[in-house]
Design a protein around this ligand. Structure first.
Ligand code: PLP
Length: 408
């Protein structure tokens, strides 16, 4: 007699959602398998669009590879953590970072999961922006917590509504997530906004979780400010890495820095325990981090006034604004625009359907706004990574598609 296989999907995954790599991406892969060409404006993956690995990083990796085949300490190589600590020492107001404050990870994605699992009791609430980068909501739910979304206001350059945020704080709230520069909106939070959030966290004893993966992808007229530099006496975890600033998303190279904790805080021992369960981050990627932080300045030219990313942002913004009934806030940082489709002109009920229909009709892949925990089907996200002429052509075709679109 054989037993019935008792394998199923864990109920811990109920409510865990990550639409960015879901139905729409699967449809795009299907079309590509049939030989169709798809323009992927749906995710922030610079490599396919001709962004090369900075030479100093490749050279450092080449030199390190023959010696990078052993595990490192769970928190990361000493030299890599030293480079990360030195990187923050150069940032005005950022609290002193010691080696034990740094955890190197296989992408911010991994570190967000580790931190939330180390932190949350079942039912604990985490304040997450709406729109968010959906990893934050998914990882909160997976760790047994509840994501409570605070609104960011389009008319105010997508800054968070601090009164609304305050009103959402309850007895189970334990942390506030801040994403600056923001994905998907492009907002770069100013000092006043960060101080307001830090004050709420201080008053209610909340941990600040600051996702700063776009910290150096900042366009002229804007300046990135770290949450930890504003809240220098408060517990704060800062997340950053090489995926975007150094255009090497596939290397899976990132770090989390803890500031403002007592050395014996149990959260820290929990985080270290979880870091040790996955042994260590990829050691070659750690060498890439060391080289990147010590020597690479190639991003500066890309975000200068006439830099490639700035030119692409401007071209995409203008092309979107040329479409009747489409409005978009200029991105101060990051790689995305989050335009609004006027519901009076485009009465879309299902934004994911719209994205699928656009994909089928034009071979252009965007991301639907509700995938970012935005409550209404009236926004889309566009990654402005292709060269400007490609973006302009794609958005002109998108405009044409919209004019003739009647939602099913
Ligand atoms: N945080 C934000 C805001 C992001 O946009 C992304 C990726 O797009 C990540 C985290 C994940 O980054 P990583 O490649 O380091 O896992």
């Amino acid at each position: 007699m054989t037993g019935v296989l008792r394998v199923g999907r864990s109920s811990r995954l109920d409510g865990v959602q990550y639409d960015l790599r879901g139905t729409v991406a699967a449809r795009a892969a299907e079309l590509e398998a049939r030989g169709e060409e798809i323009l992927r404006l749906n995710i922030g993956n610079p490599a396919p669009f001709g962004f090369e690995v900075p030479t100093v990083i490749v050279e450092a990796l080449r030199a390190a590879l023959p010696h990078a085949h052993g595990y490192s300490e769970s928190l990361g190589l000493v030299e890599t953590r030293e480079a990360i600590a030195a990187h923050y020492a150069r940032r005005t107001g950022f609290p002193r970072v010691d080696l034990d404050d740094v955890t190197v990870g296989n992408g911010v994605s991994e570190l967000v999961g580790l931190v939330l699992q180390a932190l949350l009791e079942p039912g604990d609430e985490v304040l997450v922006p709406s729109p968010d980068y959906p990893l934050w909501t998914a990882s909160t739910v997976l760790a047994g917590g509840t994501a409570v979304h605070y609104p960011c206001v389009e008319e105010e350059g997508w800054l968070p509504d601090l009164d609304a945020m305050a009103a959402l704080i309850g007895p189970r709230t334990v942390a506030i997530v801040v994403i600056t520069p923001n994905n998907p909106t492009g907002a770069v939070y100013d000092r006043r906004t960060l101080e307001g959030i830090a004050e709420l966290a201080r008053r209610h004893g909340l941990l600040l979780l600051s996702d700063e993966i776009y910290d150096r992808v900042v366009y002229p007229g804007h300046a990135h400010l770290s949450m930890a530099a504003v809240a220098s006496d408060q517990p704060c975890v800062t997340f950053a890495g090489l995926s975007k600033t150094h255009r090497v998303a596939g290397y899976r190279a990132a770090w989390a820095v803890t500031c403002g904790f007592a050395p014996d805080d149990p959260f820290l021992s929990g985080l270290r325990l979880l870091a040790s369960l996955r042994m260590c981050a990829s050691v070659p990627a750690q060498h890439a981090i060391t080289a990147a932080l010590e020597h690479d300045t190639s991003l500066d030219a890309l975000v200068a006034a006439d830099g490639r990313l700035t030119v692409q942002r401007d071209a995409a913004t203008a092309a979107l604004r040329a479409i009747p009934g489409v409005e978009v806030t200029e991105a101060g940082g990051g790689l995305y625009l989050f335009p609004r489709l006027d519901p009076a002109r485009y009465p879309v009920l299902d934004d994911e359907r719209l994205v699928l229909d656009l994909l089928d009709a034009e071979g252009i892949l965007l991301a639907h706004g509700r995938g970012f925990h935005w409550p209404r089907p009236d926004h889309l996200r566009i990654a402005f990574l292709p060269e400007a002429p490609v973006l302009v052509d794609a958005l002109r075709r998108f405009g044409g598609f919209l004019q003739g679109y009647s939602p099913p």
